[in-house]
Design a protein around this ligand. Structure first.
Ligand code: MRU
Length: 369
């Protein structure tokens, strides 16, 4: 996607140095656009853990390149042990998004099949590139399928603006390109459909305010930032036509983990008869798990993210302020699970399906056991 007219992906190899991975530092957005260099497994671990990079697809792509860096920086003796350790370190960074372990396991399979260190490096490089390219292509396809849903809604509304509510950032910044939830919005907008997006701010880290609002602005898509609790009110007053979110992990039966607060939007959408769609590439499916509420691991993050808020002051400085009494304790769950019964349809790169085992396996028959 474009940033001030220049085309960017969220992760790429430095042109003149294939030992350096470059990423957009998402902690600095929307106030500054900075590119960061990752040269070691530790750099990759830290980038995922401190959320320099975040979002299911991009976490997976960064782990893919992290495994390539592991192979490249591995010692001549003990290559395999070094790489296996790197895999453990990367997988331990964030538990909820399925893409992380998926990418690391794909790399391990490619590397384990290589008899020499040199071949391991080559295989890891082509696998990292494939993971990134497939992520972008899957999102592009999700855009194509989702666009049809929005076009159909616009037809029924006789060309009236389609108001879409989204939560957190499942945009191109959360993937390698296009995004999952935003891809249909960009595709519909580019096709001339009148769309408008309600952007949930998404406490505690405000990915909606800082990332989704920035992305949509860069692309020229009309949008308004709203507080996390405004969605239900807007739905009751006919101001939301569609809720469209991403997912960090979707179980075999269609339960979807996404940023904390998504479940409440799904419940409100159901109560108001508003369609609730979840967009995801196949790398975010967890075909081995059912009952997401019970079985999806939910990340609990530092309570400081709840107790403090960062932003730009009137004189342009970025500052962090405390919003509660000095001694107030806080808890910070990063995700919640929306049960399949509240999801109208899933939008994947292979098409649109019911959020049920039958629906999902209809698109992914190779996962039938
Ligand atoms: O904690 P993050 O920023 O990595 O969370 C991921 C998200 O932004 C959302 O849950 C998103 O909707 C799904 S990831 C494509």
């Amino acid at each position: 996607m474009k940033v001030s007219g220049t085309r960017f992906r969220t992760i790429w190899l430095k042109g003149d140095d294939p030992g350096v991975v470059q990423v957009i530092d998402q902690r600095k957005l929307p106030h500054a656009f900075k590119v960061l260099e990752l040269r070691t497994v530790e750099d990759c671990r830290a980038a995922i853990q401190d959320m320099t990079v975040r979002g299911a697809g991009l976490i997976g792509a960064t782990a893919g390149y992290g495994m390539y860096i592991a192979a490249l920086t591995s010692p001549e003796k003990g290559t395999r042990a070094f790489i296996e350790k790197a895999a453990e370190i990367l997988v331990a960074t964030r538990p909820t998004a399925a893409n992380l372990a998926w990418a690391v396991n794909r790399q391990l399979a490619a590397i384990r099949a290589c008899p020499t260190r040199e071949e391991s490096v080559k295989a890891a490089l082509s696998t990292a590139a494939a993971i990134a390219d497939e992520d972008a292509e899957s999102c592009r396809r999700i855009g194509g399928h989702g666009k049809e849903i929005i076009i159909e809604m616009a037809r029924k509304k006789r060309g009236g603006t389609i108001h879409i509510l989204t939560h957190c950032n499942a945009g191109w910044l959360a993937f390698v390109d296009y995004g999952s939830a935003t891809a249909p919005i960009y595709a519909a907008f580019d096709a001339g459909v009148a769309v408008h997006v309600w952007v949930d701010e998404t406490r505690p880290r405000n990915q909606g305010a800082s990332l989704t609002a920035w992305e949509l602005g860069q692309h020229g898509v009309p949008h308004d930032l709203i507080t996390d609790n405004a969605g239900g009110h807007l739905m009751q007053h006919g101001l939301v036509d569609l809720v469209l979110t991403g997912a960090d992990r979707v179980t075999r039966n269609g339960d979807a983990a996404n940023k904390i607060g998504t479940y409440l939007k799904a419940a409100a959408a159901k109560d108001n008869g508003i369609p609730f769609y979840v967009a995801l590439p196949s790398s975010s499916f967890d075909f081995g798990r059912v009952d997401g509420v019970k079985n999806i691991p939910i990340e609990e993050r530092d309570s400081g993210e709840v107790r403090f808020v960062a932003g730009k002051t009137a004189d342009g400085k970025i500052e962090t302020v405390q919003i509660c009494p000095d001694t107030t304790p806080a808890r910070n769950w990063g995700f919640d699970v929306t049960p399949a019964r509240l999801i109208t349809r899933l939008i994947c790169e292979r098409g649109v399906c019911e959020a049920s085992e039958a629906g999902i396996l209809g698109l992914f028959p190779e996962e039938k056991t």
